[in-house]
Design a protein around this ligand. Sequence first.
Ligand SMILES: [Zn+2]
Length: 191
Amino acid sequence: MTCPDDCFENCGTHVEYMNKNINPVPDTNALSPCKDTPLTPRVAIITDKVLLSLVCSPMDIQDPGYKASLDVIVSEMLQVVNENSDTCVGLAANQVGIFKRVVLIRGDKDAAIFLVNPTVIKCWGGFISCEETCLSRPAFPGTRVRRAKVIKVRYWDPIVDKFIVRTFKDIFSIIIQHEIDHLNGKFIGKV
Ligand SMILES: [Zn+2]
């Protein structure tokens, strides 16, 4: 499977991934307490400012245990996004207590896009802002933060298992900058 750099709008791969992983059709039987399988425990969202200030370390993609570790991270992040699908457009791994450099954003058609070890390598197009809120700062009012309008990001794409470089603009640029701030121990009210 390959993804062109500008596949953001029409990426069959990511949409397929989304269909498997995000916003599944609710299965009421699966939620029945009569089932033998225990319910998945809720993933706690980190709101402690000291924890949120910790800088995340990179994923070691050469490590033999990388895939298994990422599976856990992906699962927990998707659970939080699904439970907060009305408000959550992006998430950083440290918001679920995993201090690794992994970011999730919801792209078009709710496709879940995971960015492992993301780095912004170029910004242009001036600046934009919108009212940003944060799951980790539930009591904090929406805050305007100045963000680059267009960014080029290099990240490890776990779907194609390689580093790719991709351009994001407008709201997606804002979300990614917000989430990368989290990885660096920054958050709204402390940006
Ligand atoms: Zn946030």
